[in-house]
Design a protein around this ligand. Structure first.
Ligand code: ADP
Ligand code: GLC
Length: 485
């Protein structure tokens, strides 16, 4: 089974969130299951050198922004074949994959990701200059949503297409005059094509025109078929409900496991996690300039600071959280107002709050190891990887019961504790009061070390490896291309 995997970010080359982790790890698991997977992503600045990539094909200049070249290399750290879409005018610049360093969307994101979609479609067709044609083109999120549209528009033999939804909130909706400029036919600018409220929607193109749809947890697959989590596309998604499935993401335990994690001052496992976490906690407190209080519950947030993540709820209850004697360490970047509010909190409560605005893979690992609890009060969460990592580190997640959070964390109730199933703390309503009460509940339970340790041990034993998801995706590919092997 030959699979072309197209994504706008892939760990470790480019990452803004969980999509990169998925696009870096799932293909490796698919390959172990026997699939021939190749990756396609843009050649953002500096990436070609890291991937040791060299030019192998020129696809021409479809949108008048210069030639699209394909560079061939390998994903660092593993052997996966990688193709980089090189177009210096569109991708070789300082800043992030989607935004300037100051946090504004790149004004030409429409053309940038239309080109990624176009290249994915072009490389999937017979006669591809790479001499390799996939049986399946697997696209991810709006940045690759137009690929099924190009294949439909061009007609002729094509691979089957799978479109995975990582987040319905990001849709790539642009002015409709782009349709001809991107070489797309007006015939597809319809209700059952890529038209969405008078705009060209890249996300809707994927949702309407791919052969199969998946999303990253079973609960989210249900939630997006109605408002508000369908973000206006719930009608289309419920209409395609039979072709939509929820496959829970996994964790790459070669990267996210405290017994092998090279970022930690002290590694630990199931046998010695109490001492191991205590050492990591003391080191983290020192690193962040917090008082080294072993008994103060240390709560962490590692997150994009966006409306999705419910950080306004956390700000609202901070007086109560501080009143409980907890410490908070936050690592995040995003919404300027949230960044400022958390910075302000760290300034006024330096003995209990440490805030790092920015992105640090290293610190994220050390925080997972040193903390007692991870806070994820997300309004919606397609899957969420941070809480899955936290479980493995014995850091108990406090989460809103939504999407993948609902599918991965078991609330500590009398019953679940009795049956050794509890792994964290879950609240049902997306309300500050519910969140506060749940943190209070957790802060009370941590005073019972024996019970807390039992929950930690259960959490650490949870196995969310990628093998299960890879098997589910492989079954899906086989159902679409039964003769491909
Ligand atoms: P999302 O994809 O919605 O951002 P996930 O929980 O699926 O949420 O994935 C988030 C990923 O990004 C995790 O690997 C997490 O460690 C990482 N991450 C998020 N913010 C930061 C940050 N500021 N610094 C380092 N890593 C971060
Ligand atoms: C998105 C979602 C997150 C999910 C990730 C990887 O960014 O917000 O919940 O874990 O994609 O699928």
């Amino acid at each position: 089974m030959k699979v072309l995997f197209a994504s706008s970010e892939i760990y470790p080359l480019a990452k803004t969130g969980g999509l990169a982790d998925v696009a870096g790890a799932l293909p490796q698991a698919l390959r172990q299951g026997g699939c021939d997977v190749r990756l396609l992503m843009p050649a953002y600045r500096g990436i070609a050198a890291q991937a040791e990539a060299r030019a192998v094909a020129n696809l021409g200049d479809p949108f008048g922004r210069g030639d699209a070249e394909i560079l061939e290399g390998r994903l660092p750290g593993c052997d996966l074949p990688l193709w980089l879409l090189d177009n210096p005018a569109l991708f070789d610049r300082d800043g992030g994959p989607y935004q300037t360093a100051a946090g504004a969307d790149w004004p030409d994101n429409d053309v940038r990701f239309a080109l990624l979609s176009w290249a994915a479609a072009r490389l999937s067709q017979p006669g591809s200059p790479l001499g390799w044609q996939p049986d399946i083109l697997h696209c991810h999120d709006w940045q690759t949503g137009l690929a099924p549209a190009y294949l439909k528009a061009w007609g002729g033999p094509a691979p089957a297409t799978v479109f995975t939804i990582h987040n319905m909130a990001y849709q790539g909706n642009f002015a409709s005059d782009l349709v001809p400029r991107l070489g797309l036919p007006w015939e597809l600018y319809t209700l059952d094509g890529f038209e969405f409220w008078g705009h060209l929607s890249f996300l809707k193109a994927g949702l309407a025109l791919a052969d199969r749809l998946t999303t990253v947890s079973p609960t989210y697959a249900q939630e997006i078929q109605s408002a508000p989590n369908g973000f206006g596309m719930e009608g289309l998604l419920s209409w395609r409900g039979r072709e939509l499935s929820g496959i829970l993401n996994g964790a790459d335990y070669t990267i996210w496991d405290p017994s092998v994690d090279s970022h930690l001052p002290r590694r630990y496992g199931l046998e010695d996690f109490t001492e191991g976490k205590a050492a990591n906690k003391a080191a983290l407190q020192a690193e962040l300039g917090l008082p080294q209080r072993a008994g103060a519950p240390l709560l962490i947030v590692i997150s994009r600071l966006s409306d999705q993540k419910g950080m306004d709820l956390l700000l609202g209850i901070m007086p109560a959280v501080l009143g409980l004697g907890c410490q908070l360490a936050l690592l995040g970047t995003g919404d300027r107002r949230l960044e400022d509010a958390f910075r302000g909190l760290a300034e006024s409560h330096g003995d209990q709050v440490a805030v790092r605005i920015g992105y640090s893979e290293d610190l994220a690992h050390r925080m997972q190891a040193g903390a007692d609890m991870l806070l994820m009060p997300s309004r919606f969460e397609p899957c969420g990887l941070t809480q899955i990592y936290a479980l493995r580190y014995g850091t108990l997640p406090v989460v809103h019961r939504t999407g993948g959070l609902a599918d991965t964390v078991v609330d500590s109730t009398y019953d679940s504790m009795l049956h050794t199933q509890a792994t964290g703390f879950v609240f049902d309503q997306s309300l500050a009061s519910a969140f506060q009460w749940t943190i209070e509940r957790a802060a009370a339970l941590i005073r019972n070390p024996e019970q807390w340790r039992r929950i930690q041990a259960t959490a650490m034993r949870m196995a969310f490896g990628w093998d299960k998801a890879a098997a589910a995706y492989t079954d899906l590919y086989r159902a679409l291309r039964p003769h491909a092997g």
